[in-house]
Design a protein around this ligand. Structure first.
Ligand SMILES: [Zn+2]
Length: 290
C-alpha cells in the first residue's frame, strides 16, 4: 500500500513537472522506476537518486553534484553516495539543471553538509539566493542558498581533470542550464549532457509575465540553439522516469539508465519540445485575442 501510494505521488509529480502536455508524454512512460538505488551510469558519472534525479561526477580532487532534488531526497542522496564508496564531504561543487524546487530544494542542506561551492547561471542564481521561484510558472519556494559563482552561457567549471560547459537553455526557468562534458568508457570518449529544461511548464503565462518577461524569446532562442547543436552521445534526464526507449546498443551505458537518451532520442525530444511550445504559444495568443 505504501509503495502504491509512493508511485501515485511520483506519477503525479512527473506529470505535473513535465514540460510536455499530457498527450505528448513519451510513449511507454511508466509511473516510476526504482530511483532509490545508486549506480554508475558511464565513466565517472553516477546516478545517486531519487525521485528527481541527482548525479555525482567524481574526480581525484573531489566531486561535483548535479541537482540535489527535493529536500526529502537529501538523506537518500547522502546514503547513496556512501553506498557507492565515496565521501559526501568530498563534494566541492554543486550544479543544477534549473531553479525549480524539485531540483534545488536540497541545495541549502547539501551546502551545509559539504561546504561545496554553488554555481548557477543568471536568473537561476537570483532564484537560489532568494528561495523564490522566478520562472514563468512560479512554483513553490524553497530554502535559499548563497551562490558562490554566477556564470554565463558558455562558461566552464573544472575540477580534477573534468570540465563541464554551461549551455544556457533559458525558458523553463530563467537560467536553466544544460551542462555538457565528456567521459571515457572502454577506451572511447563520449559527449554527455545533463538536462537543463527546454520549454516552460504547461499552464505558465507566456505574455505579460512579471516573473519572466522574456520567457517567449528565451524559449525560442533555446529551441533554435538546441536544434543547431550537435547531439550529445548521451543525455541524462532530470526526472528519472522510464522514457520507454531503448538506447543505441553501441553506447556503453548501464542498462538501468532507463532515463538516458541517445543522440537520436535527444533530437526527437527537442522536436517534441518545439512542437509543444508552438501549441502553447498559439493557444496563449488565441486566449489574448492576438
Ligand atoms: Zn522544472
Amino acid at each position: 500500500m505504501r509503495l502504491m501510494c509512493a508511485l501515485c505521488v511520483l506519477a503525479a509529480a512527473i506529470v505535473s513537472m513535465s514540460p510536455y502536455a499530457a498527450a505528448e508524454r513519451p510513449m511507454g512512460l511508466q509511473a516510476a522506476t526504482d530511483a532509490t538505488e545508486p549506480f554508475r551510469v558511464i565513466g565517472n558519472i553516477y546516478f545517486v537518486g531519487g525521485e528527481y534525479g541527482s548525479y555525482l561526477i567524481t574526480t581525484p580532487e573531489g566531486h561535483l553534484l548535479h541537482d540535489t532534488g527535493s529536500a526529502a531526497m537529501h538523506d537518500l542522496i547522502v546514503s547513496n553516495i556512501k553506498k557507492l564508496g565515496f565521501d559526501v564531504r568530498d563534494i566541492k561543487i554543486m550544479l543544477s539543471s534549473h531553479a525549480h524546487w524539485d531540483h534545488v530544494e536540497g541545495h541549502a542542506a547539501m551546502k551545509r553538509l559539504t561546504g561545496a561551492q554553488v554555481v548557477a547561471l543568471g536568473g537561476d542564481a537570483v532564484a537560489l539566493e532568494s528561495g523564490r521561484d522566478n520562472s514563468a510558472i512560479g512554483a513553490r519556494s524553497f530554502e535559499s542558498v548563497s551562490v558562490d559563482r554566477v556564470i554565463e552561457d558558455g562558461d566552464r567549471v573544472t575540477l580534477g581533470g573534468m570540465t563541464l560547459r554551461a549551455f544556457w537553455t533559458g525558458g523553463h526557468t530563467q537560467g536553466a542550464t544544460m551542462w555538457m562534458t565528456t567521459v571515457q568508457e572502454g577506451g572511447n570518449t563520449y559527449s554527455v549532457a545533463f538536462r537543463g529544461g527546454e520549454i516552460p511548464n504547461a499552464g505558465a503565462p507566456l505574455f505579460n509575465n512579471p516573473r519572466h518577461p522574456t520567457v517567449v524569446a528565451d524559449t525560442q532562442r533555446t529551441l533554435q540553439r538546441l536544434k543547431d547543436l550537435e547531439a550529445p552521445d548521451l543525455f541524462l534526464h532530470n526526472h528519472p522516469q522510464n522514457l520507454g526507449r531503448a538506447l543505441n546498443r553501441a553506447l556503453p551505458v548501464n542498462s538501468r539508465c532507463v532515463f538516458c537518451l541517445d543522440a537520436d532520442a535527444w533530437r526527437e525530444m527537442v522536436k517534441r519540445a518545439e512542437a509543444s511550445f508552438q501549441t502553447m504559444l498559439r493557444e496563449a495568443k488565441e486566449a489574448q485575442g492576438r
